[in-house]
Design a protein around this ligand. Structure first.
Ligand SMILES: NC(=O)c1ccc[n+]([C@@H]2O[C@H](COP(=O)([O-])OP(=O)(O)OC[C@H]3O[C@@H](n4cnc5c(N)ncnc54)[C@H](O)[C@@H]3O)[C@@H](O)[C@H]2O)c1
Length: 262
Protein backbone atom coordinates (compact mmCIF):
# COMPACT_ATOMS: atom_id res chain seq x y z
CA UNK A 1 0.00 0.00 0.00
CA UNK A 2 1.36 3.42 -0.85
CA UNK A 3 0.24 6.52 0.99
CA UNK A 4 -1.95 8.99 -0.88
CA UNK A 5 0.23 11.95 0.02
CA UNK A 6 -1.90 14.25 -2.16
CA UNK A 7 -4.39 14.23 0.75
CA UNK A 8 -1.93 16.47 2.60
CA UNK A 9 -1.88 19.28 0.03
CA UNK A 10 -2.79 22.59 1.69
CA UNK A 11 -3.61 20.96 5.03
CA UNK A 12 -2.45 22.73 8.19
CA UNK A 13 -0.23 20.64 10.48
CA UNK A 14 1.24 21.75 13.80
CA UNK A 15 4.40 20.11 15.09
CA UNK A 16 5.84 20.79 18.56
CA UNK A 17 9.52 20.28 19.37
CA UNK A 18 10.16 21.12 15.72
CA UNK A 19 13.43 23.00 16.11
CA UNK A 20 15.46 19.81 15.76
CA UNK A 21 15.61 16.01 15.59
CA UNK A 22 12.34 14.10 15.22
CA UNK A 23 10.04 17.14 15.23
CA UNK A 24 12.03 18.88 12.49
CA UNK A 25 12.08 15.71 10.36
CA UNK A 26 8.30 15.37 10.65
CA UNK A 27 7.75 19.05 9.79
CA UNK A 28 9.96 18.68 6.69
CA UNK A 29 8.07 15.57 5.51
CA UNK A 30 4.68 17.26 5.90
CA UNK A 31 6.03 20.17 3.83
CA UNK A 32 7.35 17.80 1.15
CA UNK A 33 3.84 16.32 0.95
CA UNK A 34 2.34 19.77 0.29
CA UNK A 35 1.05 20.64 3.76
CA UNK A 36 1.41 23.98 5.53
CA UNK A 37 3.29 23.61 8.79
CA UNK A 38 3.46 25.62 12.00
CA UNK A 39 6.62 24.64 13.86
CA UNK A 40 6.60 25.25 17.61
CA UNK A 41 9.46 25.01 20.08
CA UNK A 42 10.68 26.58 23.30
CA UNK A 43 14.00 27.14 21.53
CA UNK A 44 13.81 30.46 19.61
CA UNK A 45 15.95 28.95 16.84
CA UNK A 46 12.75 27.30 15.61
CA UNK A 47 12.01 30.57 13.78
CA UNK A 48 15.30 30.28 11.90
CA UNK A 49 14.60 26.60 11.01
CA UNK A 50 11.24 27.64 9.55
CA UNK A 51 12.79 30.58 7.67
CA UNK A 52 15.33 28.21 6.09
CA UNK A 53 12.48 25.99 4.90
CA UNK A 54 10.51 29.00 3.70
CA UNK A 55 13.55 30.06 1.61
CA UNK A 56 13.36 26.64 -0.06
CA UNK A 57 9.79 27.52 -1.05
CA UNK A 58 7.88 25.68 1.67
CA UNK A 59 4.98 27.25 3.61
CA UNK A 60 6.55 26.89 7.08
CA UNK A 61 6.10 29.21 10.05
CA UNK A 62 8.17 28.98 13.22
CA UNK A 63 6.91 30.19 16.61
CA UNK A 64 8.39 30.12 20.07
CA UNK A 65 6.19 28.27 22.54
CA UNK A 66 6.82 26.71 25.93
CA UNK A 67 4.22 23.93 25.99
CA UNK A 68 4.13 23.89 29.80
CA UNK A 69 2.18 27.15 30.18
CA UNK A 70 -1.48 26.26 29.62
CA UNK A 71 -2.86 29.81 29.26
CA UNK A 72 -0.10 30.79 26.85
CA UNK A 73 -0.45 27.55 24.84
CA UNK A 74 -4.20 28.09 24.40
CA UNK A 75 -3.64 31.71 23.33
CA UNK A 76 -0.98 30.75 20.79
CA UNK A 77 -3.13 27.99 19.28
CA UNK A 78 -6.12 30.32 19.08
CA UNK A 79 -3.94 32.81 17.20
CA UNK A 80 -2.69 30.10 14.82
CA UNK A 81 -6.23 28.95 13.96
CA UNK A 82 -7.40 32.54 13.52
CA UNK A 83 -4.52 33.33 11.15
CA UNK A 84 -3.99 30.06 9.27
CA UNK A 85 -7.34 28.29 9.49
CA UNK A 86 -8.42 24.76 10.40
CA UNK A 87 -5.89 22.32 11.81
CA UNK A 88 -5.75 18.83 10.31
CA UNK A 89 -2.91 17.30 12.31
CA UNK A 90 -1.09 17.93 15.57
CA UNK A 91 2.14 16.10 16.40
CA UNK A 92 3.34 16.43 20.00
CA UNK A 93 7.05 15.76 19.62
CA UNK A 94 8.30 18.23 22.27
CA UNK A 95 9.77 16.24 25.12
CA UNK A 96 12.57 16.03 27.64
CA UNK A 97 14.52 12.98 28.82
CA UNK A 98 16.50 12.16 31.91
CA UNK A 99 18.72 9.24 32.87
CA UNK A 100 19.78 8.83 36.51
CA UNK A 101 19.37 6.55 39.53
CA UNK A 102 15.93 6.76 41.14
CA UNK A 103 17.34 8.09 44.44
CA UNK A 104 18.83 11.10 42.65
CA UNK A 105 15.64 12.34 40.99
CA UNK A 106 14.78 15.69 42.56
CA UNK A 107 11.36 17.33 42.80
CA UNK A 108 12.51 19.76 40.09
CA UNK A 109 13.29 16.90 37.68
CA UNK A 110 9.99 15.10 38.40
CA UNK A 111 8.01 18.29 37.84
CA UNK A 112 9.80 19.27 34.64
CA UNK A 113 9.35 15.79 33.15
CA UNK A 114 5.63 15.69 33.90
CA UNK A 115 5.08 19.31 32.88
CA UNK A 116 6.70 18.96 29.45
CA UNK A 117 5.94 15.35 28.48
CA UNK A 118 2.44 14.98 29.96
CA UNK A 119 0.94 18.43 30.60
CA UNK A 120 2.52 19.98 27.50
CA UNK A 121 1.03 17.26 25.32
CA UNK A 122 -2.37 17.76 26.98
CA UNK A 123 -2.34 21.57 26.63
CA UNK A 124 -1.49 21.43 22.92
CA UNK A 125 -4.34 18.97 22.35
CA UNK A 126 -6.65 21.35 24.25
CA UNK A 127 -5.45 24.04 21.85
CA UNK A 128 -6.66 22.21 18.73
CA UNK A 129 -9.52 20.05 19.93
CA UNK A 130 -12.35 22.61 19.62
CA UNK A 131 -11.39 23.28 16.02
CA UNK A 132 -11.06 19.58 15.15
CA UNK A 133 -14.41 18.77 16.80
CA UNK A 134 -16.10 21.51 14.77
CA UNK A 135 -14.67 20.04 11.56
CA UNK A 136 -15.33 16.44 12.59
CA UNK A 137 -11.84 15.42 11.49
CA UNK A 138 -8.31 15.46 12.81
CA UNK A 139 -5.21 13.45 13.53
CA UNK A 140 -3.32 13.75 16.79
CA UNK A 141 -0.04 11.91 17.19
CA UNK A 142 1.71 11.88 20.55
CA UNK A 143 5.17 10.72 21.51
CA UNK A 144 5.49 8.07 24.16
CA UNK A 145 8.51 5.74 24.18
CA UNK A 146 9.57 2.13 24.55
CA UNK A 147 10.29 3.22 28.15
CA UNK A 148 6.59 4.15 28.50
CA UNK A 149 5.50 0.56 27.81
CA UNK A 150 8.12 -1.28 29.80
CA UNK A 151 10.19 0.48 32.44
CA UNK A 152 13.87 0.99 31.67
CA UNK A 153 16.52 1.04 34.36
CA UNK A 154 17.67 4.60 35.24
CA UNK A 155 14.70 6.03 33.32
CA UNK A 156 11.93 5.71 35.92
CA UNK A 157 10.93 9.37 35.77
CA UNK A 158 10.96 9.56 31.95
CA UNK A 159 9.18 6.19 31.69
CA UNK A 160 6.46 7.27 34.12
CA UNK A 161 5.78 10.38 32.04
CA UNK A 162 5.70 8.38 28.80
CA UNK A 163 3.40 5.74 30.34
CA UNK A 164 1.00 8.57 31.13
CA UNK A 165 1.10 9.64 27.47
CA UNK A 166 -0.12 6.16 26.46
CA UNK A 167 -3.13 6.16 28.80
CA UNK A 168 -3.98 9.76 27.89
CA UNK A 169 -3.84 8.78 24.21
CA UNK A 170 -6.22 5.86 24.83
CA UNK A 171 -8.66 7.99 26.85
CA UNK A 172 -8.75 10.75 24.24
CA UNK A 173 -9.09 8.25 21.38
CA UNK A 174 -12.32 7.07 23.02
CA UNK A 175 -13.50 10.58 23.90
CA UNK A 176 -12.94 12.01 20.42
CA UNK A 177 -13.82 9.01 18.24
CA UNK A 178 -17.40 10.29 17.74
CA UNK A 179 -15.84 13.36 16.05
CA UNK A 180 -13.66 11.27 13.73
CA UNK A 181 -10.55 12.55 15.48
CA UNK A 182 -7.88 9.86 15.64
CA UNK A 183 -5.43 9.91 18.55
CA UNK A 184 -2.42 7.60 18.47
CA UNK A 185 1.05 7.57 19.97
CA UNK A 186 4.44 6.22 18.99
CA UNK A 187 6.69 4.20 21.30
CA UNK A 188 10.15 4.37 19.73
CA UNK A 189 13.34 2.81 21.04
CA UNK A 190 16.49 4.95 20.82
CA UNK A 191 16.38 7.11 17.68
CA UNK A 192 19.75 7.88 16.14
CA UNK A 193 21.01 11.47 15.91
CA UNK A 194 18.56 13.03 18.38
CA UNK A 195 18.59 14.94 21.64
CA UNK A 196 17.23 12.01 23.65
CA UNK A 197 20.01 9.73 22.38
CA UNK A 198 22.59 12.38 23.33
CA UNK A 199 21.24 12.41 26.91
CA UNK A 200 21.20 8.59 27.16
CA UNK A 201 24.62 8.12 25.53
CA UNK A 202 26.30 10.75 27.74
CA UNK A 203 24.95 9.10 30.88
CA UNK A 204 26.02 5.60 29.83
CA UNK A 205 29.50 6.58 28.67
CA UNK A 206 29.98 8.32 32.04
CA UNK A 207 28.49 5.71 34.36
CA UNK A 208 29.76 2.58 32.59
CA UNK A 209 33.15 4.12 31.70
CA UNK A 210 32.70 3.03 28.09
CA UNK A 211 33.59 4.76 24.84
CA UNK A 212 30.89 5.99 22.47
CA UNK A 213 31.41 3.05 20.09
CA UNK A 214 30.96 0.50 22.92
CA UNK A 215 27.76 2.20 24.14
CA UNK A 216 26.35 2.10 20.59
CA UNK A 217 27.21 -1.61 20.36
CA UNK A 218 25.65 -2.26 23.78
CA UNK A 219 22.39 -0.77 22.54
CA UNK A 220 22.23 -2.09 18.99
CA UNK A 221 23.10 -5.63 20.15
CA UNK A 222 19.76 -5.67 21.98
CA UNK A 223 17.80 -4.80 18.81
CA UNK A 224 16.66 -7.78 16.67
CA UNK A 225 17.09 -5.72 13.49
CA UNK A 226 20.58 -4.79 14.72
CA UNK A 227 20.44 -1.05 14.24
CA UNK A 228 19.05 2.10 15.78
CA UNK A 229 15.71 3.41 14.70
CA UNK A 230 16.18 6.44 12.43
CA UNK A 231 14.26 9.71 12.34
CA UNK A 232 13.00 8.66 8.90
CA UNK A 233 11.61 5.37 10.34
CA UNK A 234 9.66 7.30 12.95
CA UNK A 235 8.48 9.90 10.44
CA UNK A 236 7.19 7.12 8.13
CA UNK A 237 4.94 5.86 10.95
CA UNK A 238 3.73 9.39 11.77
CA UNK A 239 2.80 9.83 8.09
CA UNK A 240 0.83 6.57 8.13
CA UNK A 241 -1.22 7.72 11.13
CA UNK A 242 -1.72 11.16 9.56
CA UNK A 243 -2.70 10.12 6.06
CA UNK A 244 -4.01 6.58 6.39
CA UNK A 245 -4.81 4.36 9.39
CA UNK A 246 -8.50 5.14 8.99
CA UNK A 247 -9.56 2.38 11.39
CA UNK A 248 -6.77 2.94 13.93
CA UNK A 249 -7.08 5.05 17.04
CA UNK A 250 -5.83 4.75 20.62
CA UNK A 251 -2.77 2.80 19.49
CA UNK A 252 0.65 2.84 21.13
CA UNK A 253 2.80 1.78 18.21
CA UNK A 254 6.24 0.26 18.70
CA UNK A 255 9.04 1.57 16.50
CA UNK A 256 11.85 -0.41 18.05
CA UNK A 257 13.47 -2.63 15.43
CA UNK A 258 11.72 -5.56 17.09
CA UNK A 259 12.97 -4.89 20.61
CA UNK A 260 9.43 -4.51 21.94
CA UNK A 261 6.73 -6.85 20.69
CA UNK A 262 3.70 -6.05 22.82
N1 LIG B 1 15.18 10.21 20.42
C1 LIG B 1 14.85 9.08 21.01
O1 LIG B 1 15.66 8.17 21.15
C2 LIG B 1 13.44 8.89 21.51
C3 LIG B 1 13.02 7.61 21.87
C4 LIG B 1 11.71 7.44 22.33
C5 LIG B 1 10.86 8.54 22.42
N2 LIG B 1 11.31 9.78 22.06
C6 LIG B 1 10.40 10.93 22.16
O2 LIG B 1 10.28 11.51 20.88
C7 LIG B 1 10.13 12.91 20.99
C8 LIG B 1 11.20 13.61 20.17
O3 LIG B 1 12.48 13.23 20.68
P1 LIG B 1 13.83 13.89 20.17
O4 LIG B 1 14.91 12.94 20.39
O5 LIG B 1 13.61 14.49 18.81
O6 LIG B 1 14.01 15.05 21.25
P2 LIG B 1 15.03 16.27 21.19
O7 LIG B 1 15.49 16.48 22.59
O8 LIG B 1 16.06 16.12 20.14
O9 LIG B 1 14.07 17.46 20.75
C9 LIG B 1 12.99 17.82 21.56
C10 LIG B 1 12.56 19.22 21.19
O10 LIG B 1 11.53 19.60 22.13
C11 LIG B 1 11.77 20.93 22.52
N3 LIG B 1 11.19 21.20 23.84
C12 LIG B 1 11.64 20.76 25.04
N4 LIG B 1 10.89 21.27 26.02
C13 LIG B 1 9.95 22.05 25.44
C14 LIG B 1 8.90 22.87 25.93
N5 LIG B 1 8.70 23.02 27.24
N6 LIG B 1 8.11 23.52 25.03
C15 LIG B 1 8.33 23.38 23.71
N7 LIG B 1 9.33 22.65 23.18
C16 LIG B 1 10.14 21.99 24.04
C17 LIG B 1 13.29 21.07 22.53
O11 LIG B 1 13.69 22.43 22.46
C18 LIG B 1 13.67 20.26 21.30
O12 LIG B 1 13.73 21.05 20.13
C19 LIG B 1 10.22 13.24 22.48
O13 LIG B 1 8.94 13.34 23.03
C20 LIG B 1 10.93 12.04 23.04
O14 LIG B 1 10.67 11.83 24.41
C21 LIG B 1 12.58 9.97 21.60
Amino acid sequence: MSLDTKKMEGKLCIVTGAERSVGLEIAKRYLQYGARVVMLDVNPEVEQRAEELEKEGYPAVGMVLDVTEQKYVLEVFEGIIEKYGDVYALVNSAGVADVRPFEDITQEIWERMMKVNVCGTAYCIQGVIGNMKKNKEGRIINFSSKAGKEGSSLMSCYGASKGAVITMTQALAKEFAPYKIHVNCLCPDIIDDTGVWNVVRARYTESLHLGEKEVIELYTNKVPLGRFVSKEDVTDVVMFYTISGDSSTGQAVNVTGGRTMH
